[in-house]
Design a binder for this molecule. Structure first.
Ligand SMILES: [Zn+2]
Length: 145
């Protein structure tokens, strides 16, 4: 029999794996009231831990994720809306130019095809840069940090 009281690690081993326990420890627990009481205390503690329900998320995780997914879908819908609006704007401007051209026959006669192409390419490049910048800003905002 062990003369000194057994430590907490040995008590836990005694409860969880009695078969692997040192015979001296078992002997000591059988004879020492203090250690026996401690073993009972640990047994109660382990039982309480077993009864504790598994941790559950306080919030509805699925709902939260689905909300973000639908928000992303809304964004792609916005993109379509912007594209449609741009198309309509271009069509309206073209019609206006066509109609006003009647009253200003010399308005577009003054510029050559190359000059017109340069203007068109510049407008296109600026539009692309604005779009890339918008996209980058959006991605930065979507970064949850
Ligand atoms: Zn003891």
């Amino acid at each position: 029999m062990k003369n000194e009281h057994i430590n907490e690690k040995e008590i836990q081993q005694y409860i969880l794996a009695k078969d692997d326990c040192d015979i001296n420890i078992i002997e000591h627990i059988n004879h020492c009231q203090k250690c026996k009481a401690e073993v009972e205390l640990y047994k109660l503690l382990f039982a309480a831990i077993k009864k504790e329900p598994n941790p559950v998320f306080e919030f509805d995780l699925v709902n939260l994720v689905m909300q973000q997914v639908s928000e992303k879908q809304n964004f792609s819908f916005d993109k379509y809306l912007i594209a449609i609006l741009s198309g309509v704007s271009i069509a309206v401007i073209s019609i206006l130019i066509y109609l006003t051209n009647k009253y200003f026959p010399t308005l577009f006669n003054g510029i050559s095809f190359i000059q017109f192409s340069l203007i068109a390419v510049t407008i296109l490049l600026i539009s692309i840069f604005i779009y890339i910048d918008m996209n980058k800003n959006y991605k930065d905002q979507m970064n949850f940090s």
